[in-house]
Structure formats: structure tokens, C-alpha cells
Design a protein around this ligand. Structure first.
Ligand SMILES: NC(=O)c1ccc[n+]([C@@H]2O[C@H](COP(=O)([O-])OP(=O)(O)OC[C@H]3O[C@@H](n4cnc5c(N)ncnc54)[C@H](O)[C@@H]3O)[C@@H](O)[C@H]2O)c1
Length: 253
């Protein structure tokens, strides 16, 4: 049995963050779950039967003063965090001229992720782990996605640099690069594409799966398994890495 751990997860109400919370649900663990959509988070947590001790918190990762208050309270009450999983993110499409969207996406995906990480650093135990959700769009470009691509490329750069800063404390920092994970974010994107193309959601789903080498989406639990590995004692030497989980899509046509 693994050591009990305190795990802080952002974006835990849905999708990958939710699956990560389920993966860390074990006796002795203490889960600190944060999300903007706290009603969804609390509703789901209340339905679930937990082995871990679970706390839910309303948090907008782009809101620095609220985050500072949250971490001050955490520092006074709990004192340390073993694993930080930054999963909160948004994926608004944009025209290249759209400055408002640029600021919103960068402030949540990149600055928000950095703010949480930076405020968590004094609490991170030696041997701690930071795991950031980037994207295969942290390596590639995509039309109508300048802000999202920039934010995810930024997360990969931040991961590499921070890994070097924190190596003397034996804290590892890694990025996961998912694609085509079956979550509300992906379903929302597909629904928007179906509307633009004037076809049904079933048709867009069929078309999307045809383009995927494995002909299937990836379950968020499969991403959570990668997070568990990166948080395990066996992964203590893995740092500054960007690990893809995309069913092979990112390697070619
Ligand atoms: N699903 C995919 O295929 C995919 C692909 C590449 C990257 N990602 C990345 O993985 C992460 C998780 O994606 P997902 O598919 O689970 O998305 P999701 O939309 O299903 O869930 C994201 C969660 O983050 C929360 N959130 C959004 N903005 C927030 C904010 N400002 N503060 C706090 N919480 C906030 C949402 O309320 C939601 O619960 C994101 O960073 C996303 O960019 C996902």
C-alpha cells in the first residue's frame, strides 16, 4: 500500500480532473478539490462514496487574491501538499484578431496554472510532484486556436524550467499532453464543430473517430493512470518531461 498523500487537484469537477480525483481515492489520502464550477463539484462529490478525506473549494485559478486567501488558509490548517495536479483549463476558439479571448485563455490556462503552482510551492514536501495538463497543442498549431496553443506551449516551457528549479528539493515537474480525451471539453468542441459544419453530433463523432489511428477516444481514467505513475515513487527520476497520451494522433496522419 502506498503512503497516504495530500493531493491538490484543480479542475476537479469534470473530465480529467475528476478522473484524477477518483484515481487518488484511497484510505489515508486527503484530496483538496478545486473548481470554478463548485456546484457541479459538490454535487458529484456528494454522490460518490469516498475512502479518502475530501474537501471541495470554489476557486477561479485566474483570480489571484482569492487564490492567495485559499493558500493562506491551507498553510495554516494543513501545512503541506504532496502532489499538485493542474488540470483546470478552457479551450475557447478565437479569430487571430480577438484580444479579449487571448487574455482570457492565457489568464486561465497559463497564468492561472502558474499562480496555483507558485502559491503551492512553499507547501510542497520534499519528493513532491507537480503534474500539468498541457495538450498536443503544446507542440503543434491549430487553426482558430492561437491563444489555446500559446497557453499550452507555455505550460510545457514552464514545466521544463520549474523542473530544474525544483530538482534540488527532489520535487518533479512533468506535463501530460492529452488529445481526444472523452470529457465535457471534447464533447463541447465536437458540438461546436457540428454546428459550424451543419451536421449532426453523431456524424461529427463518426468523422472524428475515423481520423484517429485507434478509432476511439481515450478515457479520462487512462490519463489519470499516467498521473498516478508520475506521482509514484517509481517515477522519482522522471522530471521536465512532456508525455503524450493521444492514441498516436500526434505522430502523423
Ligand atoms: N479533453 C481533451 O481531449 C484534452 C486535450 C488536450 C488537453 N486537455 C487539457 O486537459 C485539462 C482538462 O481538460 P478536460 O477535457 O477535463 O476539460 P473539462 O472542460 O471537461 O474540465 C475542465 C474543468 O476545469 C474547470 N475550470 C475551467 N476554468 C477554470 C478556472 N478558471 N478555475 C478553476 N477551474 C476551472 C471547469 O469548470 C471544469 O470542471 C485542460 O487543461 C485541457 O486544456 C484536454
Amino acid at each position: 500500500m502506498s503512503q497516504p498523500r495530500t493531493v491538490l487537484i484543480t479542475g476537479a469537477a469534470k473530465g480529467i480532473g475528476r478522473a484524477v480525483a477518483e484515481a487518488f481515492d484511497a484510505p489515508g489520502n486527503h484530496l483538496l478539490l478545486l473548481d470554478l464550477d463548485v456546484a457541479e463539484l459538490q454535487g458529484w462529490v456528494a454522490e460518490h462514496s469516498w475512502q479518502a478525506r475530501v474537501e471541495t473549494h470554489a476557486a477561479d485559478i485566474a483570480d489571484l487574491p482569492r487564490l492567495q486567501a485559499f493558500f493562506q488558509d491551507l498553510s495554516a490548517r494543513i501545512g503541506h501538499v504532496d502532489v499538485l495536479v493542474n488540470s483546470a483549463g478552457i479551450c475557447n476558439e478565437n479569430e487571430p484578431e480577438d484580444l479579449d479571448n487571448w487574455h482570457r485563455v492565457i489568464s486561465v490556462n497559463l497564468t492561472g496554472t502558474f499562480q496555483v503552482t507558485s502559491l503551492c510551492l512553499p507547501l510542497l514536501a520534499s519528493g513532491g510532484r507537480i503534474i500539468n495538463m498541457a495538450s498536443i497543442l503544446g507542440r503543434a498549431g491549430k487553426v482558430r486556436n492561437t491563444a489555446y496553443c500559446a497557453s499550452k506551449h507555455g505550460i510545457i516551457g514552464m514545466t521544463k524550467a520549474l523542473a530544474l528549479d525544483l530538482a534540488p528539493r527532489r520535487i518533479t515537474v512533468n506535463a501530460i499532453l492529452p488529445a481526444w480525451i472523452d470529457t465535457p471539453m471534447l464533447q463541447g468542441e465536437l458540438a461546436a464543430q457540428a454546428r459550424i459544419a451543419g451536421i449532426s453530433q453523431q456524424e461529427i463523432l463518426r468523422n472524428a473517430k475515423k481520423k484517429l489511428p485507434m478509432r476511439r477516444f481515450i478515457a479520462s481514467a487512462e490519463v489519470a493512470a499516467m498521473v498516478l505513475y508520475l506521482a509514484s515513487p517509481e517515477a522519482g527520476g522522471v522530471t521536465a518531461q512532456s508525455l503524450m497520451i493521444d492514441g498516436g494522433v500526434g505522430l502523423g496522419m
